[in-house]
Design a protein around this ligand. Sequence first.
Ligand code: HEM
Ligand code: HEM
Length: 239
Amino acid sequence: MENNRKIIRQSLSNRIVHWGIAISTILLIVSGFGNMPMYKRYNIVKLPFGEFLGSFINMLYLHYLSAAFLCFFVFYHLFVHYFAKEFDILPRKGDVTQSFLIIKAMITKSQEPPSDKYLAEQRIAYAFIGGNVLTLVITGFIKMLKNLDSINIPNSINTIVTNIHNAATMLLILGLIGHIAAFIFKENRKMIPGMFTGKLDEDYVKHRHSIWYENLTDDEIDVSNNVTKEEKKFETSSM
Ligand code: HEM
Ligand code: HEM
């Protein structure tokens, strides 16, 4: 029988960080390409708001402003999860094999291996996107120093740093396309409400994230649907 009970998955803080990073990343990609500058060459400047995109100085200010927001969210995220000892999303041994099994099961509509709070491919996606974002923050900081009159960085270093900054941009864009493409699979779409309301359907969690479901903490059980924590705990442990 279907039930409409929910499991609490993403705290407000996590949701703010996810969307804060998503918006600042998109602005950094738009303004980074504007720094190259390529919007004039491809006539994008003739579109509405195009003039704004065509100005190098506007793009540089937008890049710096969104970089400041990105750095804030990234450092906040690292501190919060480090001190709360929450490491559920870090990759584990065997994640690559497990990801193939999950994707194969989604395509052939067969039984998936049991998953914890995050699927193996989500842990890999996190490391890939996070690794590229960190690389962009570090190389971006060095590029910023290069722009200061008082600091002199040799040309050879500037070239290496710029190449790494550009390569990480391309890899990040590929990662984002993969992240959005993951929602082509219907099963993955059930995770979308979690990034807006913070909650997921209990039935979905029970069948797909069964390891997490068996170990839910009191805080993750949503009691707003007239179910007490004790009742919910009892149901969980008698599965
Ligand atoms: C620049 C844009 C974005 C970045 C950098 C980003 C980054 C991430 C990362 C690193 C994760 C954790 C790994 C994973 O679950 O794959 C994640 C999870 C997620 N993201 Fe994004 N994301 C972006 C845009 C979006 C968009 C546009 C959506 C809208 C559908 C979205 C929805 C989600 C969902 C539903 C999850 C899974 C959360 C869960 O497991 O409960 N993201 N995102
Ligand atoms: C998602 C993150 C980011 C993306 C996708 C991105 C992308 C880009 C791109 C495509 C360029 C143009 C290539 C170039 O001029 O060398 C650029 C330039 C630059 N980026 Fe980033 N960037 C990101 C984050 C950052 C951060 C966090 C900082 C600073 C801490 C930063 C600082 C710079 C600087 C200083 C330049 C050179 C501007 C100039 O003098 O022309 N970037 N970025």
